[in-house]
Design a protein around this ligand. Structure first.
Ligand code: HAM
Length: 511
C-alpha cells in the first residue's frame, strides 16, 4: 500500500469542515480589513528564498525542498508566503498602483523539511497577510489587531501577543556586534551550526533548535537595549496604537523570529489551550522594510503576519469551540423503482437550485436501509417517492424530529420546506443565539449593531432581507420581506401560473 509522505496530512471528515470554516472566517475578516486575495505559485526560483528568507536560516539551510526541473532550473517549493508575495509585487509593478498601500492575503500550502511532530508538518497550510508600501506604525498595529481578531472570532479565549522590536539597520548592526562580543568567548559551548552562525548571522543563534535550552542563549543581550532613539520612538508608537485598539500584548525581548528579513516590529501569538503542547505559537510576523529592495524592487516598507491553519484547527478543537458546522441535510429523497428514482433525480436538482441541502440514494439500498442512511445524515425531512402519490402530484413528507407525516402537493414542496425548516431551526444556526434567521453563516451576533439601517437584529451582513417589524412594501400585507415584486402573497394564490403558493420565480423563501 502506498502511504502518504511523512509530515503530510489527509484532511477530511470533520477536520476538513473545521478547515473550511476557518477559511470562511478568514475571507470574511479580510473583507472587513480590506485585504485582497493573492495567489502566487507554490514553487519559485530557489534564489528567491535564498536571498529573501536568508541563506543561514534553518528554513533555507535545512528545511528547503529544492530540485532541478527538466529544464535544469533550480526550483524550491515555497517554505513561506512573504517572499513570493514580494516577488509578485515587484514583477507586477504593484508599487505603481495609485491605490497604496497594497494589502493582500493568501492561504495555501508551504513546504518545510522539518522533523514532523504535532503542529509541525512538512506540508503545512498558512494564512498570511501583508501590507506593502506603508511605514506607518498604524499598519504594524493593524496587522496584529487583525491576527488577534481572527483568533477571537474563531473562539479562542486565551491568546497572548508577544511583541519585540529589532530596530532599524543601525540598531540591528549594534545588536549584531553585541551578540558577537557576547558569544565569542563561549564559542566552544555552542553547537557546530551556531559556531558557524557567529560570524555570518549571530541573530540566528538565538532561535537555534539545538541550543534552545542553553543558559548562554537565555542570558544573551536583548534587542531593546540596542535600539536607537528613532527605533525606540517607532516601537512606542506601535504600542500606542495597540493600546488605542485595546489589543493586549506583552513585551518579550527574546523574540527575534527565524527569518532574516525582519526589522523593527516582530511578534508571535500564542494560544493558551490545554493539551496544545510546546508548539503553542499560532502565528507570527513583523516588519520587513528591506526585502522589496533586496529583491531588486524599489524601497518599500512592509509588514505582515502568517498563521498555520493546522495549528489553528488543533487549538480550536482542543478548546472545544462550538462551531457552526453543517452537520445535517434538509431532505433525503427515498425511492424504490426506476420511475421514482428519476423523479428523485429531478426533485433533488430543483430543490438544490432553491438552496436546500438534498440527498438521495445511489447504492441500490432497500427502503429500510435508505431510512437508516437518512438518519446517519441527520436529515431534517424525508420523502418517500411513491409512484401512486407522484401520479397524483403529491408527496409524503416526514419531519424526522417530530415523526409527523403529511401528504402535500409537489408544487408546494419548496415552500413547505422553507417554512418548516425555518420553524424547526428557530432562527440562527450559528450557535451565537442571534436573530439573523436566514443565512446564519453571516457571522452576526446578538448584541451587535445592525448595519443595514433598518433597525433589525440580523447583525452584520444585512443583505439578508430580513426587516424585523417592518411592513411589507408590496401593498399586500404579506411577510415575504424585501423582494416584494416576486408575486408571492401569503394566503393568496400564486400569480406565476403554476398554482403554487410560493411563486416559482420568487426568491423570498430561498434559503
Ligand atoms: P513563520 O513563523 O515561519 O513565519 O510561520 C508562521 C506560522 O506558520 C507559524 O507560527 C506556524 O503556525 C505555522 N508553521 C510554520 N512552520 C510550520 C510547520 N512546519 N508545521 C505547521 N505549521 C507551521 C512566516 O512564515 C512568515 N512568512 C510570516 C510573515 C508574514 N512575516 C511577515 N509576513
Amino acid at each position: 500500500m502506498i502511504q502518504r509522505q511523512k509530515g503530510c496530512n489527509d484532511i477530511f471528515g470533520r477536520e476538513a469542515k473545521v478547515w473550511k470554516y476557518i477559511d470562511h472566517v478568514i475571507d470574511d475578516l479580510m473583507i472587513r480589513y480590506n485585504y485582497n486575495y493573492i495567489r502566487t505559485p507554490i514553487f519559485e526560483a530557489t534564489e528567491l528564498f535564498h536571498r529573501g528568507v536568508g541563506e543561514t536560516t534553518d528554513i533555507v539551510k535545512k528545511e528547503s525542498y529544492d530540485f532541478e526541473d527538466k529544464g535544469g532550473r533550480n526550483i524550491t517549493l515555497r517554505p513561506e508566503g512573504t517572499a513570493g508575495v514580494v516577488r509578485a509585487f515587484i514583477e507586477n509593478k504593484m508599487y505603481g498602483d495609485p491605490n497604496q498601500p497594497v494589502k493582500v492575503y493568501y492561504n495555501g500550502t508551504m513546504y518545510r523539511y522539518e522533523r514532523p511532530q504535532a503542529g509541525r508538518d512538512r506540508e503545512l497550510t498558512q494564512f498570511g497577510m501583508e501590507i506593502l508600501g506603508s511605514d506607518d506604525p498604524l499598519s504594524d498595529a493593524e496587522i496584529i489587531s487583525a491576527a488577534v481578531t481572527l483568533y477571537q472570532e474563531l473562539g479562542l479565549k486565551e491568546i497572548k501577543v508577544n511583541l519585540n522590536s529589532l530596530g532599524d539597520n543601525e540598531s540591528r548592526e549594534a545588536y549584531r556586534n553585541a551578540l558577537i562580543d557576547y558569544f565569542k568567548p563561549h564559542i566552544k559551548d555552542l553547537c557546530e551550526d551556531c559556531q558557524e552562525r557567529l560570524e555570518k548571522n549571530p541573530l540566528r543563534i538565538l532561535d537555534c533548535k539545538v541550543d534552545q535550552e542553553n543558559d548562554l542563549l537565555k542570558k544573551a543581550p536583548k534587542t531593546l537595549d540596542y535600539l536607537n532613539e528613532e527605533s525606540r520612538d517607532r516601537f512606542e508608537k506601535v504600542q500606542e496604537f495597540l493600546d488605542t485598539m485595546q489589543i493586549e500584548y506583552t513585551i518579550d525581548p527574546n523574540i527575534v523570529r527565524g527569518l532574516d528579513y525582519y526589522n523593527h516590529t516582530v511578534f508571535e501569538i500564542e494560544a493558551k489551550v490545554e493539551g496544545f503542547g510546546s508548539n503553542n505559537v499560532l502565528g507570527g510576523g513583523g516588519r520587513y522594510n528591506g526585502l522589496v529592495n533586496q529583491l531588486d524592487g524599489p524601497e518599500t516598507p512592509c509588514v505582515g503576519f502568517a498563521t498555520g491553519i493546522g495549528r489553528l484547527a488543533m487549538a480550536i478543537e482542543l478548546e472545544k469551540v462550538k462551531l457552526p458546522l453543517i452537520e445535517s441535510i434538509d431532505l433525503f429523497l427515498l425511492y424504490v423503482n426506476e420511475d421514482e428514482k428519476k423523479y428523485a433525480a429531478y426533485l433533488a436538482q430543483e430543490l438544490r437550485k432553491y438552496g436546500f441541502i438534498v440527498e438521495t440514494e445511489y447504492t441500490g439500498r432497500g427502503l429500510k436501509a435508505q431510512f437508516k442512511q437518512a438518519d446517519r445524515l441527520n436529515a431534517k425531512f424525508t420523502c418517500v417517492l411513491n409512484s401512486e402519490d407522484l401520479d397524483n402530484n403529491e408527496v409524503k413528507i416526514k419531519n424526522n424530529q417530530t415523526k409527523e407525516e403529511e401528504i402535500i402537493s409537489l408544487d408546494v414542496l419548496a415552500y413547505y420546506l422553507s417554512e418548516n425548516i425555518m420553524d424547526e431551526e428557530g432562527g440562527c444556526q450559528c450557535g451565537d443565539d442571534c436573530h439573523c434567521e436566514e443565512t446564519c453563516d453571516c457571522g452576526c451576533q446578538e448584541g451587535k449593531e445592525c448595519t443595514c439601517g433598518d433597525d433589525c437584529h440580523c447583525g452584520e451582513n444585512c443583505d439578508c432581507g430580513c426587516q424585523e417589524g417592518k411592513e411589507c412594501t408590496c401593498g399586500d400585507d404579506c411577510h415575504c420581506g424585501e423582494n416584494c415584486d416576486c408575486g408571492c402573497q401569503e394566503g393568496k394564490e400564486c400569480t406565476c401560473g403554476d398554482d403554487c403558493h410560493c411563486g416559482e420565480s420568487c426568491h423570498c423563501h430561498d434559503k
